[in-house]
Design a protein around this ligand. Structure first.
Ligand code: I3S
Length: 131
């Protein structure tokens, strides 16, 4: 559905609800804290918004209400891959490593949803390399 796209989201690449956790911050390991998150990929930046369980259907239709990013991830110089099995017992997990040594795990029970995110993030990263 493209209904919610507003002029501020002109270069939107993808958006949806994902399960995610940050596992490292600038090289420092973090304890996992999985939570679901409205996730937006736009202009080479991946933004995880705060807990999607607080989102009402009206806030999904009006993205200006979603103004509290929890993490913004600069994809320039980042790498995304399927996470090795030892990183999580969950299925369909992606690992995203940023240039500054931060790491995120991204998960959804639907394999096609995760595969599409993997492809879109990877395409974005290569587009940023080409400039
Ligand atoms: O890598 P870990 O420590 O097995 O990750 C699990 C923990 O984060 C756990 O939280 P507690 O440490 O509070 O028990 C989570 O509930 C699990 O989901 C984590 O493992 P998975 O395999 O689900 O990523």
């Amino acid at each position: 559905s493209k209904r919610w796209i507003s002029p501020e989201f002109k270069s939107l690449d993808k958006a949806g609800v994902l399960y995610r956790t940050k596992t490292a911050d600038k090289g420092k390991r973090l304890r996992k804290n999985w939570s679901s998150s409205w996730t937006v990929l736009e202009g080479g930046i991946l933004t995880f918004f705060k807990e999607s369980k607080h989102l009402s259907s009206s806030s999904l239709k009006h993205p200006s209400m979603l103004t509290t990013p929890e993490h913004t991830v600069d994809l320039r110089g980042a790498a995304v891959s399927w996470a090795p099995k030892e990183k999580s017992s969950k299925k369909n997990v992606l690992e995203l490593k940023t240039r500054d040594g931060s790491e995120f795990l991204i998960q959804h029970d639907s394999e096609p949803i995760v595969a599409t995110w993997q492809k879109t993030i990877a395409d974005n990263i290569s587009r940023l390399v080409r400039g």
